[in-house]
Ligand binder design. Sequence first.
Ligand SMILES: [Fe+2]
Length: 432
Amino acid sequence: MKIRIPKEELKLGMHIDRAILEKADNGKTKVNFIRNYLIDSQEKLDKIKNSNIKFVFIDTARAKKIEQSKEPEPVPEPSPEPVVEKIEEPEPEPEEEEELDSFDDDKKSGGTIKARVPFEEELEVAKEVKTKAVETVKTMLEDVAVGKSFKTEDAKEEVSGMVKSIFRNKDAMLSLTRLKSFDEYTFTHSVNVSVLSIALAGELGFSKEEVDIIGLGAMLHDVGKMLVPDAVLNKPGKLTPEERVEIQKHTTHAKEVLEARGDIPEKAILMAYEHHEKADGTGYPEGKTADQVQRESVVNAVADVYDALTSARVYKPGMPPPHALSFIKSRAESEFNPEYVDKFIETIGIYPVGSVVEFNSGQIGIVKEVNRDDLYKPFVILVMNAKKQKIAEKIIEPPKYEANDLKIVRYHDPEGLGIDVESIIQTSETRI
Ligand SMILES: [Fe+2]
């Protein structure tokens, strides 16, 4: 059994399944994980206790009896150097079983990914995983742009981290897709599409192996854009027919680049090649119809269109998620797959976590948690009154909608209202 305990309760012989470190003091982001670490010496125990770890997950089934030293324990001295590096290097990381088991359980219970870790807790991890993934994608795509090769292993590693995070608590990673970096669109977009595709595929009941491939294919789906001239790719105005053809070539470019690697699964390559095909045959590059396109590519297409619509670009503002979802819903039959679209809406919620919404009362709040029993009534942290004055935060839970005749009527840009969504979500009371 895996249980969470504060580090102070750690004892000799306990087996740490995973632990999360806080950010380094110098403000730099680190990969802050410890995994599969047996506390088999007092020295190790002291190191963990003196580190900046807050809590650990221990695996009770893997605990071992450790002989206490006969000599009196030396008084542990606080470790002068940061222990992070020391703890990270020596342990090999066997393939973790937790996620695989959990995944199978999910499938048995109807394919819904259930939260195993509170949102706030996973958010910290998800942020680290996403930051690293965006960096990796950036390096990879820039290498492709200058004709260099890239390491498939790096992409697989990032995807694996994202899959695990999503299966611990999908709302954490999904909420980060709301934070869009304007300058680094292609890189952030690639990671967002991967996150959204992994979550959707998980909910649709794809196997663990398939979800990994889908995450990889989605992450690489736009790799071909690196071979499209920049002036065309980022042109603010309307495209000429020739320029449109040039952009559309990115699917074929992607197929060539990825096939040349020799170590990318066929299905992932096909995702990059087919993600602009449409169910009614009006897409490109081949005009394939619903029955000719692999289902992995449809997952990618839904995620791709949603993230593209909700992102601000040089030539357009970002569309509010509810509008983007109704746009996708209106094309479910002709472009995608109605079952996939419905599942996607259920997965991310009509008002995704982090959305700033206004009630019919005029009060403003931030969506804290998607209510999957009724997507129109999420858990909301109320932050402004009807006069748009900041108020002490309180949570609106679904039953309060009926009781107070409340309805969400509008979606807001948080910046326009001076609301720091991220810090409010993180500091408000935990609930899952
Ligand atoms: Fe594309």
